[in-house]
Ligand binder design. Structure first.
Ligand code: MLT
Length: 402
């Protein structure tokens, strides 16, 4: 009989958002009369249609696939040059030196965050901010990485923990942060790059929400920090800026100058390892989807991304105003589509989840699902229709906070 991966038994039995869906489904079954009133502010899933530029590109690409002369089979393993060039071009416009072939297309950032462990050796000392996107920790547990420490995000440090006094080999950072919506300043990121360089560590930087940054001067990419291309890999997604959660596309940026080491001490670049990994395990993103991703970088596409993200940020503003009126304590919603809200006194974050579901039919995400430091908080997602967000604001205003 085949042995199973023992590491899976160290995980909580279900993934955070699967557990939320399960609980909401149970509640719907038990209270069918309330099913239609449930508003989902849990998982950060987009609700608005794709930008028109993408729709046009998709239609055109599908038409090309219908004709022998323009039909395409397998694409290049790392993505078509047209989209890699568009992505790297945007980095370059922002003053970073990223080459087209340092971009690797994928079917989304969640997979990249998980798969990147394929090119990292065992025995690394891993640092993960807490609270944070649960995929980082869960995938390290699955891989059997046992030396994992957590950086404590607190009210005091604004959920942007500083580098610790001890050394690590791999650091996961996510800014704008999921779940807290906190952003890191240039100085804060520079401190992380300095730490990584001093300790020969690698930063895995998740920038899935960079399109929501509205405050001038906040870095959109780790590569805005001098020296980062020697010690960082960046993960980016089209899910939240282009509304691709159902279309699936993202990318990893791996500068050829980012190095790790072999057991014998020889320095090696991560770039060829990821190239080898992708060409063996991945057959690329579909041609129409890559054309849709490319369209996000056209003049029309950029304007539509701005409109789309502005729409969700307007939702964030409405939610902030509603929370302010009721004197709820929260952070976020300024440079990110999430609000990180303090639980009512005496309630754990799962208590709060049940309280909101049962009393006002609002689905939230319990903070403890993002790590130990998330206990005492819950997350509200701003990805929703305007009508739903207005209704959420109205319902929140009916709750007694103190
Ligand atoms: C979230 O709600 O945290 C995200 O939507 C999850 C994801 O992007 O995978």
């Amino acid at each position: 009989m085949a042995f199973v991966n023992e590491n899976y038994f160290k995980l909580s039995p279900s993934y955070l958002f699967a557990e939320i869906s399960r609980r909401v489904e149970t509640y719907r079954k038990e209270h069918p009369e309330k099913a239609a009133s449930i508003i989902r502010c849990g998982i950060g899933d987009v609700t608005e249609p794709l930008p028109q530029a993408c729709i046009k590109a998709l239609h055109k690409a599908v038409d090309e696939m219908a004709v022998r002369e323009t039909f395409r089979g397998y694409g290049p393993d790392y993505g078509y040059e047209f989209v890699r060039h568009a992505i790297a071009g945007e980095y370059r416009e922002r003053g970073m030196t990223i080459a087209d072939d340092e971009i690797f297309l994928s079917d989304g950032s969640k997979c990249d965050c998980a798969n990147i462990l394929d090119i990292l050796g065992g025995g690394n000392r891993i640092l993960i901010a807490d609270p944070v996107y649960p995929v980082y920790n869960d995938t390290n547990v699955m891989a059997g990485n046992s030396d994992v420490s957590f950086l404590e995000g607190t009210d005091e440090n604004g959920f942007v923990p500083p580098p610790p006094g001890t050394a690590a080999d791999v650091i996961y950072l996510c800014f704008p942060n999921n779940p807290t919506g906190a952003v890191a300043t240039r100085e804060q990121l520079a401190a992380w790059v300095a730490y990584a360089r001093k300790n020969d560590a690698l930063i895995l930087f998740d920038a899935a929400y960079e399109a929501y940054i509205r405050t001038a001067g906040i870095p959109h990419s780790i590569f805005e920090i001098p020296g980062a291309s020697e010690c960082a890999i960046e993960m980016r997604s089209f899910s939240k800026n282009g509304g691709f959660t159902g279309l699936r596309c993202g990318f990893v940026t791996i500068p050829k100058t980012a190095l790790g080491k072999r057991k014998n001490g020889t320095l090696e670049a991560f770039h060829p390892l990821w190239a080898r990994r992708q060409s063996t395990k991945f057959n690329g993103v579909s041609y129409p989807v890559q054309r849709a991703a490319e369209a996000l970088y056209s003049e029309e596409g950029r304007a539509q991304v701005k409109d789309l993200t502005d729409f969700y940020m307007r939702n964030a503003k409405l939610l902030r105003e509603a929370l302010d009126k009721c004197e709820w304590q929260y952070i976020g919603g300024v440079d990110a589509p999430y609000l990180w809200v303090k639980c009512l006194p005496g309630k754990t974050s799962w208590d709060m989840f049940s309280f909101l579901l049962e009393n006002v039919c609002i689905v939230s995400t319990p903070g403890s699902g993002f790590g130990k430091m998330g206990e005492g908080y819950f997350r509200l997602s701003c990805f929703n229709s305007r009508a739903n967000i207005e209704e959420v604001c109205r319902r929140l205003s009916t709750l007694k906070v103190a």
